[in-house]
Every structure is written in C-alpha cells, then in structure tokens.
Write a new protein. Structure first.
Length: 442
C-alpha cells in the first residue's frame, strides 16, 4: 500500500499481519476520502415556514445539521402604516398603529397617544381614571401576548397540549377586550387625550373571574412543561445570548431580562404612574430559551398583580380630557354596527347650537392641530422597548411617525444565537425572541 494511503500501513511478520497507526489531522484525513466535505447547503426557511412567527425568511448555511451562517430577511409583510399616518389626522392614527404588532395593539396605541399628548403639552391633564384604564388594558394585553408566545413555542417544540391551553386562556382576555372596546383586536381604544369609552361593570366582573382562574392555569402549564425531559433538553443551554451580547445588539424585554439585567421601562423610566404600583422585574441568569420561558411566566404573574391593583384604583371620573377641542371621539357607545357616537350624544350636539355643530363637524373631519415639534416616547411592551418618534409641523396630520419596534431590533440576535448550533435549535431560538412580523414590516 502506498505511503500516502489514507489507511494504516501494514506489513507481514512472523507473528502475523501488523498495522502501523499514526496520528493525523482529522479534517485532512476526511477531506481526502469525502469529496463533499467542504460542501455547504443553503436552506431558505420561510417566508412561509410555520415556525417563523409570520412571513420571516431565514437564510441558513448548513454544514451537516450545524448552522454556519444565518441571515434574517424581513419585508414580506410590508403594510406602509407609518407612511399612511401622514395622510390621516392625529386621532385616526390610532386605527393604524393598533395594527402594527397585532399581538400587542394596546401598547401600540398607548405609546402613540403618549407621544401626541406630549406634543400637545397635555400629559398632566390626562384623567386618573383614563391612566388607570390604560395600565389595566396594557397588563391584560401583556398576559395575552405572552400566552400566544407560550402556545406557539410549545407547538413548535412538539408540545401540542400547551398550544391549545395557551390560546384557550387568551380567548378569555379577548372576550374582556371585546366587552370594553367592541373588538377582539385592532381596538383603536387608547386615543390622544384618554380612552375612547369607559370600562363597563360587566368587564370588571370578567376581569376578576380571570384573576381567580389564571393562577391555577399557570400551575398547569408548569406541571406540563417544566419537568418534561424533552422540553428541558430543547430549551436549557439552547440559543444562549449573554447580557453583553444583548446590550451590544440593543436587545430589550424578556430576552434581556433572561440574561440577568433587570431593565424594565416601567421601573427605570416610569410612565402612566407605574412608579406607584407594586411589582417585581423577573430575571434569569442563563440567557437561554429556558430562561426566557421562566421570565415570561413570571411576568404573567406580575401583570396579574398590576391588574388587581389597577382594579382597586378605578375611581369614578371622566376618561377623556376636558378640552373639547381635543376630546374627540367622546361619549361613544357599542351598537349593533360597532363602536360610534351614542345617539344621545349626537342629539345633544344637534340640539345645542349651530356653532357647536360646526365645531364638531370640523373636529371629526379635519381633526385638531398639534403644535410643531418632535418627541420620543418609549414604553415597555411585551417584546421590549416600544418607542415612538413623532414629528408635527403644526398641522392636523403627523409630519412623521416612526416606531422603534422591539421585534425588528431583537431579530438581530438570531444569527448570534443560531450560528454554531443545530438547525433544530434555530426554531427554539427564534421562537424565544417572540418576533411579530406586523411590527417589523410596518
């Protein structure tokens, strides 16, 4: 056999055949016998893949089952919402922004309303009841968003039961939203100046029933998943991103807190009176999928505490600012055709004076004017920092509104989490970021 053979040399002796085995570089040995050793496969995961949380495209370069390079491609769900805002008045903007991150519509609306109110200089004029209702609705929305994350992530990792249970409990919250706003999603409920209408007593009863029921459901989730060997194998030590990586990439929300940093805008830069509420900021030291799972379950419990406190603070009072040049729409009612001005309110306007009728007509058709300027307002959404940069040129329509969307920013972390790992872990890692493509492609 030749000296350059890839096999051990041999020779015959009196004792029989003897093989001489020597060391060598494994890559060199394999390259000599495997003609496709250096060949890599490009896999397009999406943009219609069931586990990419929407129309997200992942371009993965694989060596065997190991991911050597990963790239995220967005833009397949482009809605043009930010551009459309420039052609609608300031109040109508609420009906657009609520459709961005469709799992967190109340947060989109609240951030937008806070920015417009800051431009108007009426931040301190928002009534206590309106602010409390905003906190109540946001925390219910945070719970429903995290339930969708738990349900879809469970489904992607093979836990079908948790998918059914997560959506089942979310339905209860959507029923509450429908009772309050008239719609399950895309509410346009939080408006500049307050909220569109008051919370009915029927909704308060439903919320209290939910607070009694949900702790037992959370315990069921943990019994199903936390001790399950497949769940722990697929989540512990998978898609690790430490706090240094999170800060370098601008990652916020549960992903950052699962790496050990207790950064939550409700605590660090309070808004809507969050500084007066009692709640903790859950963290986890490991920065993996398991840690993100633990943080989100803990956040559901903290949100339930906040909802309970908000219910106790709901004092009778107006839910819109007193200034009638801004307070529209007001006195709304839920009728058979959805939410609109109550007939009593319309009759009152019609019966007052021609001037008040003209004023109402102009307010509805043209909207109010916002002083020129620009602001940036950020709140803690379910996926992290949701920021609004609003610019006014002094007219009745926004000059520019741009959202700092956490889903868009957090997707930067996917290559850092996926490269060097297995293709199966791309699913777990991507799901743990909880991206919503409606927020990315706004």
């Amino acid at each position: 056999m030749s000296a350059t053979s890839n096999y051990a040399s041999e020779r015959e002796t009196d004792e029989g055949r003897v093989f001489t085995v020597t060391g060598g570089d494994w890559d060199t040995i394999v390259a000599g016998t495997d003609p496709i050793n250096d060949e890599r496969i490009i896999v397009n995961m999406g943009p219609q893949h069931p586990s990419t949380h929407g129309v997200l495209r992942l371009i993965l370069e694989l060596e065997g089952e190991t991911v050597r390079e990963a790239r995220s491609v967005v833009g397949y769900l482009h809605t043009g919402i930010e551009k459309n805002l420039e052609y609608r008045n300031w109040v109508q903007g609420s009906t657009f922004v609520t459709r961005m991150d469709y799992l967190a519509p109340i947060f989109n609306e609240t951030a937008y309303a806070l920015a417009v109110e800051k431009l108007l200089g009426i931040t301190d004029d928002i009534t206590e009841r309106a602010t409390t209702i905003r906190v109540l609705m946001m925390e219910l929305n945070r719970i429903s968003s995290h339930l969708v994350w738990l349900a879809t992530t469970g489904m992607e990792l093979g836990a079908i039961s948790i998918m059914l249970y997560g959506f089942r409990e979310r339905e209860y919250i959507l029923d509450i939203f429908e009772t309050i706003t008239g719609l399950r999603m895309n509410h346009a409920y939080v408006r500049p100046g307050g909220v569109a209408q008051d919370v009915p007593d029927e909704a308060i009863v439903k919320i209290r029933d939910f607070l009694k029921m949900m702790p037992k459901k959370l315990k069921e989730y943990e019994d199903l998943l936390s001790g399950q060997p497949i769940w722990t194998e697929r989540t512990k030590g998978v898609a690790v991103l430490d706090v240094t990586g999170c800060v370098a990439l601008g990652i916020t929300g549960p992903v950052l807190r699962s790496a050990g940093l207790a950064w939550d805008l409700r605590k660090t830069m309070p808004y809507c009176g969050y500084e007066t509420y009692e709640f903790d900021v859950p963290t986890h030291p490991d920065g993996d999928v398991w840690g993100r799972y633990q943080v989100r379950l803990a956040e559901i419990r903290e949100s339930m505490k906040l909802v309970e406190q908000a219910l106790e603070r709901l004092r009778p009072g107006p839910v819109m600012v007193a200034d009638r040049k801004i307070a529209w729409p007001a006195q709304l009612a839920i009728g058979v055709d959805g939410m609109g001005n109550s007939l009593e309110h319309v009759a009152k306007i019609m019966g007052q004076s021609m001037e008040s009728l003209i004023h109402h007509f102009k307010l509805v058709t043209e909207g109010f004017r916002v002083p020129p300027g620009q602001v940036y307002v950020a709140i803690e959404a379910p996926r992290g920092e949701l920021g609004v940069h609003a610019v006014s040129d002094g007219g009745t329509r926004p000059y520019r509104v741009h959202y700092r969307e956490p889903s868009f920013v957090n997707l930067q972390a996917l290559p850092a989490m996926a490269e060097g790992g297995l293709i199966a872990d791309v699913i777990a890692g991507g799901a743990s970021l909880d991206p919503v493509m409606g927020g990315c492609d706004r």
